[in-house]
Design a protein. Structure first.
Length: 246
């Protein structure tokens, strides 16, 4: 039985503007098991959901996210770049997503972003919100900044964490579990051989490749027994999983 969890990468971002409520709602409607999204801090230290450190690519704003208050960020369009019908999409706050997620039952992979000097601020603002909305068992905290993941573990070891990598690690089990203390290893597809993946799974590391949008690759990772996959196209991933379980 294939039980690989399907995480919609920045929501159903193939069909909707990334990291917006419409992308998250679509992922839920399509039947994804979870969503992946990015969080960083506004000028007034409010966690907001946006990928880039700057505004130009996915909004009609200019400059750094961290240069604007949450009120200023909320006034921007986060969807018009994708299509005119999404003009009124705003940048969500983390709290807005958590409120929505409280009723959805979805798993949330929250990727922590931001400047390195903001690590403590990120942890001190994100984790209390997760606890306030009683979503500890629904959340995975991940980051390319492995120091912030280490600090998150020291703060709240009950929350699942994962390191994100863009290159193959030597002895990843040792690094992930014993050095960082995380439970998950999110790797750039395709940076693991099957035998390496199976050894990690056997050792208790939760492996999840990103960002997998091809039918054949989705099927391979599901057959390996990966705990999850990140994809822009959750509809395709769900179809592949259903076919494998036929």
């Amino acid at each position: 039985m294939i039980n690989t969890a399907i995480f919609a990468h920045r929501g159903a971002s193939k069909f909707f503007p990334e990291n917006t409520m419409s992308a998250f709602e679509a992922a839920h409607l399509y039947g994804a098991d979870g969503i992946e999204f990015d969080v960083q801090l506004s000028k007034d230290l409010v966690p907001v959901v946006i990928h880039d450190a700057t505004l130009e690519r996915t909004t009609n704003g200019l400059g750094k996210v961290s240069s604007y208050t949450v009120e200023q960020l909320k006034s921007l369009s986060a969807g018009e770049w994708f299509g005119p019908r999404f003009k009124n999409e705003a940048i969500p706050t983390l709290e807005e997503v958590l409120i929505w997620a409280s009723g959805s039952g979805m798993k949330l992979n929250i990727e922590l972003k931001g400047a390195i000097h903001q690590r403590n601020h990120v942890i001190q603002t994100v984790i209390p919100l997760i606890k306030d909305y009683q979503l500890i068992d629904k959340v995975i905290l991940s980051s390319f900044d492995h120091r912030v993941i280490y600090q998150a573990i020291q703060h709240s070891p009950e929350i699942e964490t994962a390191v994100i990598v863009t290159a193959a690690l030597h002895e990843p089990e040792e690094y992930v579990k014993r050095i960082v203390g995380a439970r998950g290893y999110h790797f750039l597809s395709p940076l693991l051989l099957e035998e390496e993946a199976r050894e990690l799974i056997k050792s208790g590391v939760n492996i999840r490749p990103y960002t997998v949008n091809e039918r054949d690759q989705l099927a391979i990772y599901m057959k390996w027994g990966c705990q999850g996959v990140f994809t822009d196209d959750p509809k395709l991933a769900i179809k592949v999983r259903e076919q494998l379980n036929c």
